[in-house]
Design a protein around this ligand. Structure first.
Ligand code: CDP
Length: 226
């Protein structure tokens, strides 16, 4: 059967990752969380006090960091590893969220991540979510989805996720972080967050999780069975 690439882009916390994960599982595809790679890079930069304005420091850091994903049989999650260490929880903290969009504006960081993402999706049969997947990483993707959602809904969902991970974060702080990241992500020079011309927009504000997954799976199956 024909294997395709599904690219899911959109604003912070509008349900891309959870949808992409479920779509991948429904199609029997690999799921790749490109945001986790930018988050792991940010964690490395924080831990090693990398000066973001010093290209030599940045290049050295990029040469020394290795990111990969390993399946955890206990929870059924594909978890993020940085230089052999499981950083899945650490990369979702506010400390990383506060810095990640700044790190993601750096051209050298983007080039390194994009090259690795393209390698991961080379044999197709992949669902990848992020900001530039349909525009830069896989401009030839068979299906491109652009997700949006109301800010209040997004902030509420993110607060629940953080709470499930054990931290209560003020709703206003979350809203500020999401708005700040949306702004940096959409206005940066290198591969900004924009809807690809051929992407299908899905507003998830009033959709149940099952419905949003079903919509994307339906679109994908139409293409696969064409
Ligand atoms: O889950 P959430 O929506 O908070 O964000 P994420 O997908 O984990 O991505 C975190 C950050 O990484 C984004 O705000 C972007 O700054 C950056 N990112 C990017 O620049 N390009 C991507 N393909 C994915 C993420």
């Amino acid at each position: 059967m024909r294997k395709i690439v599904v690219a899911i882009d959109g604003y912070s916390a509008c349900g891309k990752s959870s949808t992409a994960k479920q779509v991948a599982s429904a199609l029997g595809y690999k799921y790749i969380d490109s945001g986790a790679m930018y988050r792991a890079t940010t964690l490395y930069f924080l831990e090693h006090y990398i000066n973001l304005d010093n290209p030599k420091d940045v290049a050295k850091a990029l040469a020394n960091l290795h990111i990969d994903f390993h399946y955890n049989e206990r929870n059924g999650k594909n978890e993020t590893y940085l230089n052999g260490l499981n950083v899945e929880e650490e990369i979702r903290t506010m400390r990383v969220s506060e810095k990640v969009s700044e790190v993601s504006t750096i051209k050298e960081v983007r080039h390194a991540m994009v090259a690795q993402q393209q390698k991961m999706g080379k044999s197709k049969g992949v669902v990848m979510d992020g900001r530039d997947i349909g525009t830069v990483v896989f401009p030839q993707a068979d299906l491109k989805v652009f997700m949006t959602a109301d800010m209040d809904v997004r902030a509420g969902r993110r607060q629940e996720e953080l709470l499930a991970a054990g931290t209560l974060v003020d709703l206003d702080e979350i809203k500020q972080n999401l708005a700040h990241r949306d702004h940096l992500d959409s206005t940066r020079k290198e591969s900004p967050l924009i809807k690809a011309d051929d992407a299908i927009e899905i507003d998830t504000s009033f959709l149940s999780f099952e419905d949003q997954v079903a919509q994307v799976v339906g679109l994908a199956k139409k293409i696969i069975n064409k």
